[in-house]
Design a protein around this ligand. Structure first.
Ligand code: PEP
Length: 258
């Protein structure tokens, strides 16, 4: 079995001091462990350097939560993929439902961001997922297929193999409502089949498909035990070190049981 991947998305939370405490706590807890699970934390931009400094001496990696679709230039407020690369950031979340909703990011914009990340050899964590009404009307598979096709399937096989996919049903993000393990497995299996059709079996097997949406210490073990769930993208539960570590523990348990 391939190893698991657990990514913490802090969103726009924590003061500098709180960020420092949380990173140190995570670092201390990971230190005493010989981990098989890969761990990534994605703090807000101003704390990235703090995080990469700690990551140098620890067993986690650092991701950003967004990047510009443009390479450089007069785009006030934007942060380019090359700036992230210079900070030794390795991952970048793109297409999160909060960015789709509040900043009107389209599948096409997200595709451009992914292209920028590819140029810098950064790993995109591409988020996809349906709205509640789309699930209720039975269109969830179709919606996710469209998101994946329009934002990822222009990539070469070689570039696609750098991408991590996070399935995040929008109705489960920050709501306390989680997809059932069966719903998660159904969608993850579907996503893997799409990849298999486009890029072949090996690429599909190797692709990391994470689940995100109110994943926490209590439900992580069941979700991460699903055969096509390769890890988690964790929002609220990544803001407390004990809770985040418990999710990593769940990933380790699944790996050991296999
Ligand atoms: C997220 O924002 O990516 C997320 C999964 O949030 P939460 O875990 O809080 O639902």
């Amino acid at each position: 079995m391939k190893s698991k991947l657990v990514i913490g998305n802090w969103k726009m939370n924590k003061s500098f001091e709180e960020a420092e405490d949380l990173i140190s706590d995570i670092q201390d807890k990971l230190e005493s462990w010989s981990l098989q699970t890969a761990v990534v934390i994605c703090p807000p931009f101003p704390y990235l350097e703090l995080a990469t400094d700690h990551a140098d001496e620890s067993d986690f990696e650092v991701g950003a939560q967004n990047c510009s679709e443009f390479e450089n230039g007069a785009f006030t407020g934007e942060v380019s993929a090359s700036m992230l690369a210079e900070l030794d950031v390795n991952f970048c979340i793109v297409g999160h439902s909060e960015r789709r909703k509040y900043f009107h990011e389209s599948n096409d914009t997200i595709a451009k961001k992914i292209d920028q990340l590819m140029k810098q050899n950064l790993i995109p964590v591409f988020c996809c997922g349906e709205l509640l009404e789309e699930r209720k009307s039975g269109n969830h598979l179709e919606i996710v297929e469209k998101q994946i096709t329009e934002s990822l399937f222009h990539l070469s096989k070689e570039h696609f193999e750098q991408v991590v996919i996070a399935y995040e049903p929008v109705w489960a993000i920050g709501t306390g409502e989680t997809a059932t393990p069966e719903q998660a497995q159904e969608m993850h299996y579907f996503i893997r089949s799409l990849i298999e059709k486009k890029f072949g079996t090996e690429t599909a097997y190797n692709c990391y498909i994470l689940y995100g949406g109110s994943c926490n210490a209590k439900n992580a073990l069941e979700l991460l035990s699903q055969p096509d769930v390769d890890g988690g993208l964790i929002g609220g539960a990544s803001l407390k070190s004990d809770e985040f570590i418990s999710i990593i523990e769940a990933a380790e348990t699944v790996l050991k049981e296999d």
